[in-house]
Write a protein that binds this ligand. Structure first.
Ligand code: NAD
Ligand code: GLY
Length: 378
């Protein structure tokens, strides 16, 4: 399947404060803001509700829960919270039940509003709880990792993992609002910052080579949390994602390009055991593998693969995948990748680069994929 990315230049950019995602009655804004700003309440329109339930985890809750509770108390008659265990390995049905327990035991109704305070794990689980509680309630994303600010909080994909496959149980459910507070990144561990940058790097090869050039120049500033560089990085990433999702909310075509590196990456995450490799780490090695596969199919040259690999290296992310099975590594990768949501009738479909700045979704011969796995894993 060929997808044209040329219309990605038509971006909804209103002001320095927010990026819009245009989905008819499900449209919303992504604010790039801080909780501390006194203007928060004037500018950001929170959804009306009978109560608010903040979902967070043990790490983020300790840092930011009280601040958010104090903010929300000005808007909602009652503000509840639930604190989940921390980590990808808890992105499962058992942990999801803790959210339903909190909603039910506090008497939350259809007009209650959920707030996801945390990274992509909290965001994906809160979104799925909001999609399913009483057949759907409103929710707001308050992403506190770079990865969540540039990707997972935007676009309405919500999910939990299954032992046999990543994000396999889920729903499309758009938030009413996203509030990215860049100041929360100050407490983020460096490894997590790097992991978030992986999802930023993907936007260059799939949609915007000028952004890739900017990233090559700005990588050190981003790693040292320069606020101007971070603001541009989050804004441009959200603009590209908003543009893609506005055109293909439910991934019938174009949206799949956002999964560059993810087919290999999800196999790494599931194959290593959730939480061993971070999501962005799997995606980083996965992007090198997908770029190499693109090269072997004659779609990009070796210089492009090298350029992408060097940028990933400079961020401090892995450029080689792990060996998942010493006896037959390629077969293990292929087995895991067949469970990918983009697969059809057991056939794996990869997001490949068809010339820098343009992505396509297509199949590849198993023999070629095996070669790539063999040279790209260590
Ligand atoms: P995460 O949610 O596990 O957060 C990473 C770590 O950082 C956790 O330990 C967390 O507690 C901690 N943390 C979060 N904010 C912090 C802060 N401000 N200060 C200190 N520590 C903080 O992981 P993530 O990388 O944010 O998200 C990964 C998840 O996102 C994966 O499950 C992935 O599948 C999902 N994802 C979803 C989408 C989507 O479109 N829905 C897109 C990309 C990724
Ligand atoms: N992160 C991929 C998507 O939102 O479609």
């Amino acid at each position: 399947m060929n997808m044209t990315n040329s219309h990605l230049t038509q971006i909804s950019r209103h002001s320095d404060d927010y990026v819009s995602i245009n989905l008819g009655e499900r449209s919303y804004n992504i604010w790039i803001h801080t909780f501390e700003e006194s203007s928060w309440s004037d500018k950001v329109q929170l959804p009306l509700g009978t109560s608010a339930l903040i979902v967070t985890n043990t790490v983020v809750g300790g840092l930011y829960l009280e601040k958010l509770v104090n903010r929300l108390k000005q808007f909602y008659p009652t503000v509840y919270s639930v604190t989940l265990p921390n980590g990808e390995e808890f992105k499962d049905s058992q942990t999801l039940n803790l959210i339903y327990d909190a909603l039910l035991s506090n008497g939350c109704d259809r007009k209650s509003v959920l707030f996801a305070l945390g990274g992509g794990v909290v965001g994906d689980m809160t979104g799925f709880a909001a999609a399913t509680y009483m057949r759907g309630v409103q929710f707001v994303q308050v992403p506190t990792t770079l990865l969540a600010q540039v990707d997972s909080s935007v676009g309405g994909k919500t999910a939990i993992n299954h032992p046999l496959g990543k994000n396999m149980i889920g729903a499309f459910h758009q938030p009413q609002l996203v509030v990215c507070d860049l100041s929360t990144l100050a407490t983020l561990p460096l490894r997590e910052l790097r992991s978030g940058l992986s999802e930023v790097l993907k936007y260059g090869p799939i949609a915007d080579m000028e952004f890739m050039e900017w990233l090559e120049i700005s990588v050190d500033q981003l790693l040292s949390l320069d606020p101007v560089a971070l603001a541009h990085c989050v804004r441009r990433s959200c603009e590209i994602k908003a543009s893609v999702v506005s055109q293909d909310e439910r991934e019938s075509g174009l949206r799949a390009i956002l999964n560059f590196g993810h087919t290999f990456g999800h196999a790494i995450e599931a194959g290593m055991g959730y939480g061993v490799w971070l999501h962005g780490e799997g995606v980083a090695a996965g992007m090198v593998m997908a770029a190499e596969l693109s090269r072997r199919l004659g779609m990009v040259d070796a210089a492009f693969v090298q350029r992408l690999t060097q940028l990933i290296e400079r961020v401090g992310l892995p450029t080689k995948g792990p060996v998942l099975d010493a006896a037959d590594n390629a077969s293990r990768y292929l087995e895991l990748m067949r469970v990918d949501k983009k697969s059809e009738a057991g056939e794996i479909r990869f997001v490949l680069i068809d010339g820098p700045g343009k992505a396509v979704l297509r199949t590849a011969p198993d023999a070629l994929v095996r070669e790539v796995i063999d040279i790209c894993c260590a």
